[in-house]
Write a protein that binds this ligand. Structure first.
Ligand code: AMP
Length: 449
């Protein structure tokens, strides 16, 4: 076996403690803004019947054509292949859940959010992984331009909370109804008749399967040809135009800056009308941190009733990267307050209790409790970054005292053993103690992880 077997699979990564500080902080901002705006959390399975994605997202989209991770089951159908696929995003799953649980009976709109891993069999590169985390917001069951604006507002608030909004630029477009889009696509196809030879192979096949994708093609030849091609806005129906104007007006009223971008189409079949993305100012689409749009026909594709919806998703790894670029350091709550060092069997037993009591008080406490010398325990305390060390040797046990050392100041003093806990908690400060209390009465919201 080669060594690479013992590494993370290509395109995946461990979220190490130092990365988790970012992830936890992002989730906190998401939950906070979701609660403020009345969104409820939903969790769907990590894999679904693959038809949900194929029908919902579209068979000729990159996500489905190239990027679905299939899940084989024992009872695989010989003709159709695997029955399931890992979710590449949340929207189709959440819409499936809305239909399955009869959420149309609830007061509309139903506002849901989700946080969790998604999977795409992408070619891995910086900011593009095969397993990554998204947070996702959806408003289902009611259509109004004010909902589009409110959804984008929540997203902009989250990005602002995370101190990265200034690095990003909102791109927005309206891609019309499926009917107006079809008229446009016919015109686009007509335009390319006789010009196919000038298109790169990938775009030539897209012209057949999903011509809208040509608009955000990265190929220079395609972009040159597109300069004289008909544009989508020439085919927009009046209702879509009016809708777009109103969304922009509301965004303005909410103080949200945007850039109209007529070539923004988003890759998926289910979008109608409003589409948007937040781009890094410097790298553009390559580094979109999030995006979304309206999907008024998706429910029908998934066997439900005609139900409007709008949503967005953001990549948490990309957001964390943006935060790191701005130098944002989320508060690290994993700091070690106290290291307990001991020597001798009596001291060890006493410290076992002391550690437990300090922890109960909400003091982050560690103690090696090994047999190492006091000197090497002190070195360890230093390496762990402990703020204070409590030191108990055989002598101290006999005399009923303990040594308290301030690690940064390099100063220590002897105090009565019984004062150890009150003294330490005073030094750390009551409000910095990490105690867990269920403050809220049952029925109220409790902060979950
Ligand atoms: P999409 O709906 O494809 O635009 O995805 C929404 C967001 O998820 C993107 O803006 C990215 O931040 C993130 N994302 C999508 N695909 C990946 C990936 N392969 N690796 C990391 N993040 C991704």
């Amino acid at each position: 076996m080669t060594q690479s077997v013992y590494r993370t699979p290509k395109g995946t990564h461990d979220v190490l403690p130092e990365d988790h500080i970012f992830m936890t902080y992002i989730k906190k901002a998401v939950r906070h803004r979701a609660r403020q705006a009345g969104y409820k959390r939903i969790e769907t399975p990590m894999f679904e019947n693959r038809t949900i994605f194929e029908r919902g997202i579209g068979e000729h989209t990159d996500i489905v054509e190239k990027e679905l991770f299939m899940v084989s089951s024992k009872h695989e159908d010989e003709d159709n292949g695997p029955e399931f696929a890992l979710r590449p995003e949340f929207t189709a799953s959440i819409c499936r859940s809305y239909i399955e649980h009869g959420m149309q009976q609830l007061p509309q709109p139903v506002e849901l959010y989700a946080i969790g891993p998604c999977f795409r069999h992408d070619r891995p590169q910086k900011g593009r992984y095969r397993q990554f985390n998204q947070f996702d917001f959806e408003i289902i069951g009611l259509k109004d331009p004010s909902l589009d604006a409110q959804l984008i507002h929540v997203l902009s608030k989250i990005l602002d909370d995370l101190k990265i909004l200034k690095r990003l630029r909102l791109q927005i477009n309206n891609i019309g109804t499926p009917e107006s889009r079809k008229a446009y696509l016919d015109a686009l196809k007509d335009f390319f008749i006789g010009k196919e030879r000038n298109l790169p192979a990938l775009d030539r096949s897209r012209l057949e399967t999903n011509p809208l994708r040509l608009l955000d093609s990265k190929e220079e030849d395609t972009q040159i040809l597109l300069k004289s091609a008909p544009t989508l806005d020439q085919f927009l129906d009046d209702e879509s135009k009016q809708y777009h104007e109103t969304v922009l007006e509301y965004l303005g009223a909410l103080g949200i800056q945007y850039e109209e971008n007529s070539s923004l189409v988003r890759g998926l079949d289910y979008y109608t009308q409003t589409v948007f993305e937040y781009w890094d100012e410097t790298t553009g689409a390559q580094n979109a941190v999030g995006g979304g749009g309206r999907y008024d026909r998706l429910m029908e594709l998934l066997g439900g009733k005609d139900t409007p919806g709008i949503g967005f998703a953001c990549g948490m790894e990309r957001i964390a990267w943006q935060m790191a670029q701005t130098g944002v350091k989320p508060p690290n709550k994993d700091q070690v307050d106290v290291f307990v060092a001991q020597l001798g069997p009596e001291a060890k037993k006493t410290c076992l209790m002391l550690i437990s009591q300090l922890r109960e008080k909400g003091v982050h406490t560690i103690g090696a409790l090994g047999e190492a010398s006091l000197k090497s325990q002190m070195r360890l305390a230093d390496k762990f970054g402990a703020r204070y060390t409590l030191l108990l040797g055989q002598m101290e046990v006999k005399e009923g005292v303990i040594i308290l050392r301030d690690m940064a100041a390099g100063k220590q003093k002897q105090i009565p053993f019984k004062n150890a806990i009150p003294e330490v908690t005073k030094l750390i400060g009551e409000r910095n103690l990490d105690t867990y209390t269920i403050k809220d009465k049952i029925g109220d919201t409790v902060d979950e992880d």
